[in-house]
Ligand binder design. Structure first.
Ligand SMILES: Nc1ncnc2c1ncn2[C@@H]1O[C@H](COP(=O)(O)OP(=O)(O)O)[C@@H](O)[C@H]1O
Ligand SMILES: Cc1cn([C@H]2C[C@H](O)[C@@H](COP(=O)(O)OP(=O)(O)O)O2)c(=O)[nH]c1=O
Length: 224
């Protein structure tokens, strides 16, 4: 599938799901495809994406924030997100780029909310403060049994230490998977679940098809 770039507004696509489901792999594949179509693509990730947010990432993933509790962690993820949105994501969208982001606010809802017990009202306030109107146009939820994702993540790690959340018990990761599915069910117009147990190529094709149907099909028709 190839398309001609049209001078459309930027699109904001997030990839969500548990550990090792293939988010970064698929984000890179979609970026390559969109660039081949002539679009400017910004690849980024959370926590992180800007120098300040990367500093918070190092602190959060080292586990040093864990003793402060899930509410403090949610506030720190949100602080990183506020800087990321303001200095990288919103300006890129404004100039017409496609922004592909590995994890975003749904990860806070799932990890610090569903799993950490921070209430939904508090998280919604933090989300509004950090994100404002820069909400994803599409969220791709990659779904995989938690144990398979952890096995994939372990093979990618090549002996490096596990981070703050990968080291949680298997039940934590099963509940996370369900939390992402629940978010997708509650916002079907934004979220789409893709079976991440398929081969890398098959998942990449499913992602491309989804993005095409959602954003590019009408542009291609209009150009004819
Ligand atoms: N569909 C797939 N089938 C098998 N292995 C995969 C698949 N997608 C990704 N992987 C591998 O699994 C590991 C984790 O993938 P990655 O994209 O880093 O996941 P995430 O970003 O969700 O943590 C990597 O070694 C990657 O090559
Ligand atoms: C963005 C975000 C991430 N996280 C967690 C999820 C991951 O365990 C970790 C980010 O690590 P990362 O290595 O980027 O994710 P993955 O293991 O999927 O490749 O931070 C939260 O707990 N809350 C958040 O808001």
């Amino acid at each position: 599938m190839t398309f001609q770039a049209t001078p459309e507004k930027g699109r904001f696509i997030t990839f969500e799901g548990g550990e090792g489901v293939g988010k970064s792999t698929q984000l890179a594949r979609l970026a390559e495809h969109l660039r081949d179509c002539g679009f400017e693509v910004v690849m980024t990730r959370e926590p992180g994406g800007t120098p300040k947010a990367e500093k918070l990432r190092a602190f959060l993933l080292s586990g040093r924030a864990a003793p402060l509790g899930p509410l403090a962690e949610a506030a720190l993820f949100s602080a990183a997100r506020a800087d990321h949105v303001e200095t990288l994501i919103a300006p890129a969208l404004k100039r017409g780029a496609w922004v592909l982001c590995d994890r975003f606010a749904d990860s806070t809802r799932a990890y610090q909310g569903a799993r950490g017990g921070v209430d939904a009202k508090t998280l919604a306030l933090l989300e509004r403060a950090a994100v404002g109107d820069t909400r994803p146009d599409l969220t791709i939820m990659l779904d995989l049994p938690a144990q398979e994702g952890l096995t994939r993540a372990a093979s990618r790690r090549h002996g490096e230490e596990v981070d703050r959340f990968e080291s949680e018990a298997p039940a934590f990761h099963d509940e996370l998977r369900q939390a992402f599915l629940d978010i997708a069910e509650s916002e079907p117009e934004r979220c789409c679940v893709i079976d991440a147990a398929m081969t890398i190529d098959d998942v990449a094709r499913a992602v491309q098809r989804l993005v095409h149907d959602r954003f590019l099909a009408h542009a291609a028709q209009a150009a004819q």
